[in-house]
Write a protein that binds this ligand. Structure first.
Ligand SMILES: [Zn+2]
Length: 178
């Protein structure tokens, strides 16, 4: 099993749509203010997450809370992921339901622990020459967790590249069917 973790200031040849690629390279993460300290309590009107004790949680905010959309809901509304998981090779298509189940399970666990870590989409890249599925997430930790879960369950080749001061991550996992 080849397993490597690369840390680079810039991302390599990310294969998304051109729009995704340009936005991925940009410095727009500041807009999402994941590190910002909001007045407490603050509640997200979209998902119900609450900012309390210095972090976003799933605890119920009191009725007096101010309402501000959380960074994860803003990323979903803007279709602007923080995490990209590219799944290459023929193994995914051969075991599609099983792997999607594993991805959704990892996402549910991560979201339960960290409200800003959400699964955005699982999409087949129809433009790619070889089989390629792109999983997008609102947080870098979930993308990494999905990559780790795939590699742990099915081996294959895992590469992780951080970009933009670790506000974005590109995870690449590849395996061909036996
Ligand atoms: Zn929200």
């Amino acid at each position: 099993m080849a397993k490597q973790s690369q840390r680079r200031g810039r991302l390599g040849e990310f294969k998304g749509t051109i729009g995704q690629r340009e936005r991925f390279k940009s410095e727009r993460h500041d807009v999402y203010q994941e590190q910002k300290k909001w007045p407490e309590p603050t509640r997200c009107p979209t998902c119900g997450a609450a900012f309390m004790d210095g972090r976003w949680t799933w605890e119920t905010a009191p009725p007096s809370a101010q309402e501000v959309e959380c960074p994860a809901c803003r990323r979903i509304a803007d279709a602007y992921p923080a995490g990209f998981v590219e799944i290459a090779g023929t193994f995914f298509e051969a075991h599609r339901e099983e792997l999607i189940g594993l991805i959704r399970n990892a996402a549910a666990l991560e979201k339960g622990e960290h409200p800003l870590e959400r699964l955005m989409a699982i999409e087949r890249d129809e433009d790619a020459e070889a089989p390629l599925t792109l999983v997008t997430t609102t947080g870098v930790h979930l993308a990494r967790r999905i990559g780790d879960a795939l590699a742990r369950a099915y081996e294959g080749d895992l590469t992780i590249q951080y970009g933009d001061a670790e506000h974005q991550v590109r995870v690449h996992w590849a395996r061909d069917a036996d």
